[in-house]
Each structure stands twice: as structure tokens, then as C-alpha cells.
Ligand binder design. Structure first.
Ligand code: PLP
Length: 375
């Protein structure tokens, strides 16, 4: 069997080889608990400090503003739930196309009596700062993703944060799909909190971080020991944190060249479809995560396309990893009003630096062949 073409990098990515090498000592010989004072734990403590500095540098934050977590879901839940202080009934505002880590955390705080407003986006998936401005009344927190996980659209986060601040609200962004792929500078974005997840940028699964700007009020995620500046108790996952820092640094260093390659792959992919006169719509904004191609094929069925591509050794997705287990139209595709005769035929191809133009062409040719079959 020929090698698999993996084109679902928005779901997860391959572990970077250097990140793996950097992790190994902390999974074997250097197993000391980073909180212990004796010299055997010194290398774990030093590695943790170094990783925090590296991560902070990559997003222009201070090391004390980086809180290591178990990934994007935890970071998002912490930002949303940790902003709910007993007795403060001011609203949380978010967009209708957030990942379920945000939407379900919002649903949870609503059950506890904290109000949430869900704002509409336009046909490209963009939440307009004007829409936020006219809806913002007495809100304590606005949370809008930096990049959408299905259609790749980049939101105008700096403008949205400014509007939130003008109204006295804090601003959080779920940057899980953005960190390591597009430049992220917490100071120029002016965000108060930002979520990231290691496995989306070639780090291991189960590790991430929440950036919390100095002075931002936030309840602890967990109570226990004094780890993570007393706000997220629990023995640190040193090996994964070290791997995450290495992977992030590498991704940030090659971001520009990766972007050029990925945009080329996108062009190659689309030109095969266009030459074969395939009837499709590309979803999302022109300002998007490089390598994310969300396409809807007229009269097709996304699930069927996914399975037929799988038989050819090609991995894509029908949307978010979470939604592909439910056989219903994703909330994002519904919200951006993809026409009915195209919507069900939607798939997401997410290419990465591990792919090349040959992969892009092969995926497109496979789709042309599948779509031209009548059964
Ligand atoms: N937020 C977004 C935008 C995502 O794409 C994902 C994962 O797909 C998450 C949050 C959840 O991250 P994790 O898998 O690290 O829990």
C-alpha cells in the first residue's frame, strides 16, 4: 500500500522530531518533580523555566503570563468559567462559530445563571467589530476565536479587542488554530487572554497554554499545590511542555516560508478542480490559515467523500474533528449560509509543511475521480 496522504492538520499534526528528542530525557532519566528543592529536580525546573520563556517570546508575552495547561479545551474552559465571579451577572459575548470548547463552556456557565450572547458572523465567517460594538452592553468578557477551525477564517481580533475594551469588557481569543501558523503578538492584538494547543503545531497531544495578561482577574483553574503561579495546581507535564516550546519555536521560525509553500499548494489543488470543471464553492475569508481549504461540492455528500478518499489513503475531514462523529451539518457551515445544494458536500483539507504540491494535486485528482462517478 502506498503512503497515506495526511491532510487533516487542523485536527492534529505530526510530532516534530526535535521536539521528541528534547522530551526524551524528561520521560526517562530526568524524572524529578519540578517542584522539589533538591538538585535532582534542577534540570526539570530549569527546563520548565526555559520552556515558559520560549513560549512567551514566541507570542511577545512575559513568562509570568504563560500558564501551561492540558490543551486548547482546558485553556478555553478556564478563560470562560474562570471569568465568572459569583454575583457578577454581566454577560459573556462570543461568536456563533466558535469551537465547542468555547460554545459548551458558555452553555455550562449559562446553566449556572451567567448570561451569554452569541453574535452572528458574515458569509465569510467574520465577526464585524461594528456588530460587536452595537451589541455590547454591560459585558464582562468577549471571547472570539482568532482562526476558525473549519473554514480557516482569521477574525479581526485586534479591532474586536479594542471594541471590547472601549466598553469595559475583557477580551479572550481562542488561538488554537492560529498559534504556530500565523504571527501572534499578544501586545499588538491587545488581548487579555489567549488559548493555544500544542498538538496543532507539531507538539505532543495533551499540552497547551493560556496566556493571561498581568492583572487580569481570573479564578484558579484548579486548587491544590502552588504550580503555575498558584492558579493551576497539579504536577507539571515537563516533557510535553518542553516539546511544545521546541515545536513552537521551530514553527515560528519557518512561518513565512511555510505560508508561501502552503498558498502554492492551495492554488495547485484548486486549479485541478477548476480545470476539471468541478462545481464547488470555497468557504471562508481570503485572510485565512495557510493550507486550510474548506470546499463544498454541489450535490455531493461530505461523509461519502471522506470515506472514498480514505479508501485511497487520503485523510481529510468534514469539518471539526468533533463534528465528524455527528451526522449533521456543522454549525459553522450553517451559520455562514452555504447554499443548501452545496452544504452537505463540504470537506476540509488542511495541509501542512509536511505536505507538498504533489499531495495537493493527488487529493484534487482523487476528488475529481470520485465526483465524476455516478454511484
Ligand atoms: N479550539 C479550537 C479552535 C480547536 O480547533 C480545537 C481543536 O480542534 C480546540 C479548541 C480544542 O483543543 P484541544 O484538542 O487541544 O483540546
Amino acid at each position: 500500500m502506498s503512503a497515506v496522504i495526511y491532510a487533516d492538520n487542523a485536527a492534529t499534526t505530526a510530532l516534530d522530531g526535535d521536539a521528541f528528542e528534547a522530551m526524551k530525557p524528561f520521560l526517562t532519566s530526568e524524572y524529578g518533580n519540578a517542584s522539589q528543592p533538591y538538585s535532582f529536580s534542577r534540570s526539570a525546573k530549569k527546563a520548565l523555566k526555559g520552556a515558559r520563556e520560549t513560549v512567551a517570546l514566541c507570542i511577545n508575552a512575559s513568562p509570568e503570563e504563560i500558564f501551561f495547561t492540558s490543551g486548547g479545551t482546558e485553556s478555553d474552559n478556564w478563560a470562560i468559567k474562570g471569568s465568572c465571579v459569583h454575583g457578577d451577572v454581566r454577560a459573556t459575548m462570543t461568536s456563533r462559530i466558535e469551537h465547542h470548547a468555547i460554545l459548551n463552556a458558555c452553555a455550562a456557565i449559562e446553566r449556572f445563571g451567567f448570561p451569554v450572547a452569541y453574535l452572528p458572523v458574515d458569509g465569510k465567517g467574520i465577526l464585524s467589530p461594528d456588530v460587536l460594538d452595537s451589541s455590547l452592553k454591560n459585558a464582562k468578557l468577549v471571547s472570539v476565536m482568532m482562526a476558525n477551525n473549519e473554514i480557516g477564517t482569521l477574525e479581526p481580533v485586534a479591532d474586536l479587542a479594542r471594541v471590547a475594551h472601549d466598553h469595559g469588557a475583557l477580551f479572550h481569543t481562542d488561538a488554537v488554530q492560529a498559534v504556530g501558523h500565523v504571527p501572534v503578538d499578544v501586545k499588538s492584538l491587545s488581548v487579555d487572554m489567549l488559548s493555544a494547543s500544542g498538538h496543532k503545531f507539531n507538539a505532543p497531544k495533551g499540552v497547551g497554554f493560556l496566556f493571561v495578561k498581568k492583572g487580569t482577574p481570573l479564578l484558579p483553574f484548579s486548587d491544590g499545590g502552588a504550580q503555575e503561579f498558584g492558579l493551576r495546581a497539579g504536577t507539571e507535564n515537563v516533557a510535553s511542555i518542553v516539546g511544545m516550546a521546541v515545536a513552537l519555536q521551530k514553527n515560528c521560525a519557518r512561518m513565512e516560508s511555510a505560508k508561501r509553500r502552503l498558498l502554492n499548494m492551495e492554488r495547485e489543488f484548486l486549479s485541478v478542480l477548476t480545470s476539471a470543471k468541478v462545481d464547488y464553492l470555497r468557504n471562508g475569508a481570503s485572510d485565512h490559515i495557510p493550507g486550510n481549504i474548506n470546499v463544498s461540492f454541489r450535490g455531493a455528500n461530505g461523509e461519502m467523500l471522506l470515506h472514498r478518499l480514505d479508501l485511497k489513503g487520503i485523510c481529510v475531514s468534514t469539518g471539526s474533528a468533533c463534528d465528524s462523529v455527528n451526522d449533521k451539518l456543522s454549525h459553522v457551515i450553517q451559520e455562514i449560509s452555504v447554499p443548501k445544494d452545496y452544504a452537505r458536500g463540504t470537506i476540509r483539507i488542511s495541509l501542512a509543511a509536511t505536505n507538498d504540491e504533489g499531495d495537493a494535486v493527488k487529493i484534487a485528482q482523487a476528488l475529481v475521480e470520485i465526483l465524476s462517478r455516478k454511484n
